[in-house]
Design a protein around this ligand. Structure first.
Ligand code: NAD
Length: 249
């Protein structure tokens, strides 16, 4: 589905980002992997290279506009083009009622989860246009569509990602850049492992998904890769849950 396409993935050192990298590699992509964590990022690099994929890893903070530009510049120098960008990096942030929500936690979650997608897209879009078009897939959340108590910043940031996705799609779809968002339900990754370790919380999370279990990173990655591919050629500006039925309740 992505043969010889240059695919950039943020948050590629773990969880959903690593799964996107591996599924994209299986589908023939050339990869630019980025993350704050160089040790785990280089492990993803090793895994995709084991599949025979040409790839590079860059330590890069999505919350820093200069890092976002440097990442796209490095992509263009190394591969000469950019075809797909997956803005996946994110953090959970503090768990607190709104009136007690720490200001520094609010600022950090908004910076990484919302501004990080904006910083990324504003650098990626010119490179995609110079490459003749392509696709962006932003990893939002079910919490981009509904609320979640004690997660005000995360919920607000992910709702913002949907708005950014739609605004950008209105601006660039006619020029050949399709821009979509996916909304994972609760997925078994390190992001939720502390929460999920409590048996009572685990049971409540499972019960919230009509399919009767939490999701796997690969199940999100399959949708991301499909949206990134030309098989999704008439799909833009839209939000795609991959949530085991969470939003159907
Ligand atoms: P994860 O913690 O396993 O991986 C997140 C990765 O992002 C890590 O490698 C981390 O180092 C990286 N990262 C964090 N801040 C960064 C920054 N400022 N710059 C660059 N990289 C940074 O989490 P995950 O579950 O794989 O989450 C991936 C995305 O999926 C996130 O946007 C998250 O909000 C979203 N999501 C996750 C779930 C879930 O249940 N796991 C549900 C819905 C949405």
């Amino acid at each position: 589905m992505l043969t010889d396409k240059v695919v950039l993935v943020t948050g590629a050192a773990s969880g959903i980002g690593r799964a996107i990298a591996l599924v994209a590699a299986r589908e023939g992509a050339l990869l630019v992997l980025a993350d704050l964590d160089p040790h785990a990022g280089n492990e993803t690099l090793r895994q995709v290279r084991d599949l025979g994929t040409e790839a590079l890893f860059a330590t890069s903070d999505v919350g820093q506009p200069d890092d976002a530009q440097a990442l796209v510049d490095q992509t263009m120098v190394h591969f000469g083009r950019l075809d797909v960008a997956c803005n996946n990096a994110g953090i959970g942030g503090p768990s607190a009622l709104l009136a007690d929500y720490p200001l520094d936690g609010w600022a950090q979650v908004i910076n990484v989860n919302l501004s990080g997608v904006f910083f990324g897209m504003r650098c990626q879009i010119p490179a995609l246009l110079r490459s003749g078009g392509g696709a962006i897939v932003n990893v939002a959340s079910i919490l981009g569509a509904v609320g979640f108590a004690t997660a005000a910043a995360y919920t607000a940031a992910k709702h913002g990602v949907l708005g950014l996705t739609q605004a950008a799609a209105l601006e660039y779809s006619a020029q050949g850049v399709r821009i979509n968002a996916v909304g994972p339900g609760f997925i078994r990754t390190p992001m939720i492992s502390a929460l999920d370790a409590d048996p009572a919380v685990h049971a409540a999370l499972v019960a919230a998904h009509p399919i009767g279990r939490l999701g796997l990173p690969e199940e999100v990655a399959e949708l991301v890769v499909w949206l990134a591919s030309t098989r999704a050629s008439f799909v833009t500006g839209s939000y795609h849950p991959v949530d085991g039925g969470y939003l159907a309740r």
